[in-house]
Design a protein around this ligand. Structure first.
Ligand SMILES: [Zn+2]
Ligand SMILES: [Zn+2]
Length: 268
């Protein structure tokens, strides 16, 4: 495999029972159970390993009343990735479910958008509504990493490594970035919370936690442009990801799937 082509894994670590009206701005007429899953992603080839987002830990799960299914470190270990030797972590945004476990990767540099750091430390955090998905300790942990030379800032589109690009989308969080990865089946886009569920991008609907609705909707177009096809877009919290892709190996069903493998075709 050439060194700019990667395997991509979704590692499911958490779950939250929630009804569908809570997933859409303006609610949802079908008031059904529509619980999100929580993921981190691993981008791997022989030359390098990138972890995308760091999830939350058991203490945060308890505090936020979410279910921690398997600790993030355990999921990575199942893939043969030792957290302590990971050199690069891309943080899509600084919400509690994407940037916790902040001591898990002691040797990593953290790739973050300028705007996200400014947003999470600036005047917008004076507003309880906007700071709700952030945890002060997570943000402070990132500030400390800046002061030990462990944060790499990106401003818009950038290429942290050959075959891996970051793209500022904004919208859901002001400096949210999605990650595009070159794989054997084309360009896969780890949208993260640029689209929580397939339904958001497919139906042009918006998740209620939003900094700027216009940027969310424009972001859908950007993501569609970046991905080789609709089947190459990976939403940040959709449980369907676990059904659509094959397990990384036998025994990892419902926990870790291969996103660089073709989606599984099922009737209906
Ligand atoms: Zn988020
Ligand atoms: Zn999220």
């Amino acid at each position: 495999m050439s060194d700019d082509v990667y395997e991509v894994h979704a590692v499911r670590y958490g779950h939250h029972d929630r009804r569908s009206p809570e997933n859409f701005l303006g609610g949802d007429p079908h008031d059904i159970l529509q619980p999100p899953d929580f993921y981190v992603w691993a981008v791997v080839n022989e030359a390098r390993t990138f972890v995308v987002d760091t999830g939350f830990d058991a203490a945060m799960a308890q505090r936020r009343k979410r279910d921690l299914i398997k600790p993030v470190g355990e999921g990575l270990q199942a893939l043969g990735i030792k957290a302590e030797s990971v050199k690069d972590v891309i943080v899509t945004h600084l919400h509690y479910d994407h940037t916790g476990n902040y001591d898990l990767f002691p040797r990593a540099r953290y790739h973050l958008q300028d705007v996200e750091m400014a947003y999470a430390t600036g005047r917008c955090m004076c507003h309880a509504h906007l700071r709700m998905p952030f945890e002060a300790d997570d943000v402070v942990a990132m500030v400390r990493k800046i002061f030990t030379g462990r944060v790499v800032f990106h401003d818009g589109d950038d290429e942290p490594a050959p075959g891996i690009t970051v793209h500022r989308i904004g919208g859901h969080s002001k400096g949210l970035q999605s990650v595009r990865v070159k794989t054997r089946r084309g360009y896969v886009v780890l949208a993260s919370d640029a689209t929580h569920l397939y339904q958001h991008i497919d139906e042009g609907r918006v998740f209620p936690i939003t900094y700027n609705v216009g940027d969310v909707l424009e972001g859908y177009e950007t993501i569609k442009r970046l991905a080789t096809s609709r089947d190459h877009i990976v939403p940040g919290h959709d449980p369907k990801v676990m059904e659509r892709y094959p397990p990384a190996r036998a025994g990892l069903e419902g926990w870790i799937v291969r996103l660089d493998a073709d989606p599984i075709r099922r009737n209906g």
